[in-house]
Write a protein that binds this ligand. Structure first.
Ligand code: ZN
Length: 68
């Protein structure tokens, strides 16, 4: 009986280690953040489109590197 419990725990631990990465929520959050970072925004000054990652935000406006 005791050995059975250890055996089951070992299997559960193995499964946990196997799928551990995909169960974590932060991974999904990171992906969401990356998508947001790659969203195109318009520069308030020259109108060029840049990704949010490259844009400099001032108040409600985004600026490209040249205008910032
Ligand atoms: Zn600009």
């Amino acid at each position: 009986m005791f050995l059975k419990i250890i055996f089951i725990l070992a299997i559960l631990y193995g499964l946990y280690r196997l799928f551990g990465g995909s169960f974590k929520l932060p991974t999904a959050n990171k992906e969401k953040k990356e998508i947001e970072q790659n969203t195109l925004v318009e520069c308030c000054k020259c109108g060029v489109y840049i990704t949010k990652k490259e844009a400099k935000k001032k108040g409600e406006c985004y600026y490209c590197e040249d205008c910032a």
